[in-house]
Structures are given as C-alpha cells and as structure tokens.
Design a protein around this ligand. Structure first.
Ligand SMILES: NC(=O)c1ccc[n+]([C@@H]2O[C@H](COP(=O)([O-])OP(=O)(O)OC[C@H]3O[C@@H](n4cnc5c(N)ncnc54)[C@H](O)[C@@H]3O)[C@@H](O)[C@H]2O)c1
Length: 374
C-alpha cells in the first residue's frame, strides 16, 4: 500500500479546544478516507514546560513555549489556533506570513478591523482557512438546511435563535480571556456560534438591533482570590434580526443562563411547518409539517442515523448518537479534503468575517441610546 502524503500539524494551545483538535487529528484517518495523513508534529503553549507536558499528553512529536517558533517552522503545513481569542490575530498573521494553512477557533477575532486584516492576509496568501464553528457539522443541521431549501416547511417567516450556557452564571467565576475586553464577551464568544448557524440555515442577515447586559458587575481577578475587578463585557445580549429574504427573528447570546448547559438552539417557522433544534439534544431534529393541529398535534422527532451523512462514518445504527468531539472530527475531515484540493465547505475566514460584521454591528447598536421608551 502506498503511503499517503503527510499533513504536519502545529497546534497552538492545549486547553479544552486544543485537546478537542488533537483528538480529531488523531482519530480522523480511521473514520474518513482522506487524501492526506495528519501528523501531530508540534505543540505550542505558554511556557516550554507546559508545552512539553501537553505535547506528551496529546501525542505531539515536538513542542515549544513560543508560538512564533511553531508558525515559522518549515516542516509545519497547517497551524491550528486554539489559544485565547485576543491572540488569534498575531498567531494567524505569523502563520500566514510563513505560508501555512490555518485552522482557527471561533471567533476569528473580536473586532471587525482585525477580522478584515486576517481575511485580507489569508486571501493574499492563497492558502486554505477554516474557522471552528463545529456545530454546523452536525448531520441534523445539514438535514435542517436541506429541508428548508426543499421548501418542506414552506416559506421561512421567522427564526428564534439562542446560545445559552451557564458557565458564567455564578458571580464568583473569575475573570479569564473570556472577560478580557480585547477578546471576550458573550456576544463574541458564543453569539458568533448562533449567528453562524443562522446564516448557514437561512442565508445573509441584513439588519440588526440589540440590547446587552453585564449581569455580574465584578468578578474575582483570578481563581482563589477574593479581590474583585469590574466586568467590562456583556454577559447577555439580545438582538432583533432580519434576513435578506425578509424573514425576521431574534438572537440571544447568554453565558449566565442558569440551568442551560449547551442550549445552542433555534426554531424556524415557515408558512407550512416548523423545525426545532437544541444542541443539548444534538441527535434530534423536530419537524412539524402543516399547522400541526388535531389529535396528533405537535412535532415529530427525527433521530440521527446512518442515512444522515456523515453519521455512518462513525456508526452503522441509528440511536447510538454522535457527540461534541465527533463534530470536530467531521470539521477536520472537511479541512483536510479542502487542503488536498477539494472544495472548501467553510466556514472559511471570509464567512467568519461576515459573522464578525454582525457581531460588531449588534455590539455597536447595544451602545447607542435607545429612544423607544413608552
Ligand atoms: N468551537 C467551539 O465549540 C469552542 C468551544 C470552546 C472554546 N472555543 C474557542 O477556543 C479557543 C480556546 O478556548 P478554550 O476553551 O480551549 O480555552 P482554554 O483556556 O481551555 O485553553 C487555552 C489554551 O491556550 C494556551 N495559551 C494561552 N496563552 C498562550 C500563548 N501565549 N501561547 C500559546 N498558548 C497559549 C493555554 O495555556 C491553554 O492551553 C478560544 O478561541 C475559544 O473561543 C471554541
């Protein structure tokens, strides 16, 4: 058997998402028939010691305490960026300068200007980019888009979307990169997911208005201290949106939503039916055809199974369920295909820039005085 060409991966950051990327690169070749064989070549983290430790734990050949070394290393083909948001731009720019393909976690960046710079640089470099909006890889989301496009629920009238989690609901959760004004806030952090989802399902968004709230005004400056510092970003943002099609809707980004662990959820209502999804039950899509009245009123549950690609790559039987990490494996498979020359399904930097435009426009509207008082 001839050996496949290698794709040497450099990973920056080995936290929650770094481990998820490493798992995906390790397992993808056993699940998908790919033209390139990914190799876990180099890992960068905050210091040499941390990088050595994490490289050994995640199966990387080499390590460095400085991401600049990784980006400049001539053996690296692809740089995967899972460092805190405010570091995305300098790392990505260094990788692009060295001509590497780039796989960057969401949000691409946290300002419009930064996302524009990164997208322009990527276009000039002519390499493949992908941004980690992994929830779009779910076979149930793909099915939902196909059902909408096929007119199964008629003309879409409205979208009610929400990304709500509880990881900042406790006022004693300390500051982190997520509350860094240069890299954080609920709208940028998780609002970007539901916005990318809305665009994937229903197309471009043309108008937005918003309101945001900082629910917990101070937080401990770090874990284990009682000293507190003000919170300068939003905990929750609510927006009214309109799509280019004329459909209207709402978007909520909320990381202080008690009881909600992963409610990346939406409801699409059409003139002849409706669809409902929540990531908390990611192997199910609910559909209602027609008004849904009578003695069988309500929604019918569609269960994920081998007839929903690429579920069958993981399992031959319905009801066994894909998980969060599987979405990353699917994303990495699509990325590797794109690097080998197949069409890039995205979201690439250009699409992430479109998401950032919406995030930035909502944020700007949240700052403007409201004149709708009764
Ligand atoms: N796609 C998703 O579903 C999803 C989920 C969570 C987080 N994210 C994104 O992934 C990124 C990382 O989030 P996380 O939850 O993994 O954070 P994390 O805090 O768990 O991990 C961050 C990692 O980056 C490392 N790091 C920090 N500064 C660094 C530096 N200067 N050089 C090299 N490494 C450095 C840290 O040591 C750590 O290993 C963020 O951009 C976040 O928005 C995406």
């Amino acid at each position: 058997m001839t050996e496949k060409p290698k794709l040497r991966v450099g990973l920056v950051g080995a936290g929650f998402m770094g481990r998820c990327h490493a798992n995906a690169f390790r397992s993808v070749s056993g699940l998908f028939d790919l033209p390139l064989d990914p190799v876990a070549e180099m890992l960068a983290d905050v210091t040499d010691d941390v990088a050595v430790h994490n490289a050994a734990a995640l199966g990387f050949n080499r390590s460095t305490g400085d991401w600049r070394n990784l980006c400049a290393d001539p053996t690296i083909d692809l740089v995967a960026v899972t460092a805190p948001n405010a570091l995305h731009e300098p790392i990505v720019m260094a990788a692009l300068k060295a001509g590497k393909h780039v796989y960057c976690e969401k949000p691409l960046s946290t300002t419009l200007e930064s996302a524009q710079r990164m997208t322009a640089a990527a276009q000039a470099a002519g390499i493949v980019t992908m941004v980690g909006f992994n929830f779009l890889r779910n076979p149930m989301i793909r099915l939902a888009r196909e059902l909408v496009e096929a007119g199964e629920i008629g003309e879409v009238v409205s979208f009610r979307g929400r990304h709500a989690e509880n990881y900042m609901a406790d006022p004693d959760v300390p500051h982190s990169f997520r509350t860094d004004p240069d890299g954080g806030g609920a709208l940028a952090d998780i609002g970007s997911h539901i916005i990318s989802m809305a665009r994937y399902l229903l197309g471009p968004i043309s108008h937005v208005t918003g309101q945001s709230r900082t629910i917990h005004k101070t937080r401990p400056i770090s874990a284990g201290t009682t000293e507190r510092a003000p919170v300068l970003v939003d905990d929750a943002t609510f927006a009214l949106i309109e799509f280019e099609t004329g459909a209207v809707g709402t978007i909520e980004a909320n990381w202080a939503a008690s009881g909600r662990t992963m409610d990346l959820s939406w409801e699409i209502t059409g003139t002849r039916g409706a669809l409902v999804f929540s990531q908390e039950r990611m192997n199910e899509l609910l559909i209602c055809k027609g008004p849904g009245g009578g003695h069988t009123s309500g929604f019918t549950k569609i269960e994920a199974g081998p007839s929903h690609p690429p579920y069958a790559n993981f399992c031959p039987a319905a009801g066994h369920h894909l998980g969060f990490n599987d979405l990353k494996v699917i994303e990495v498979a699509q990325l590797i295909d794109a690097i080998a020359g197949k069409q890039n399904p995205g979201p690439d930097f250009q699409e992430a820039l479109e998401v950032q435009k919406i995030v930035s426009r909502i944020a700007l509207d949240c700052q403007s005085p409201k004149t709708r008082a009764l």
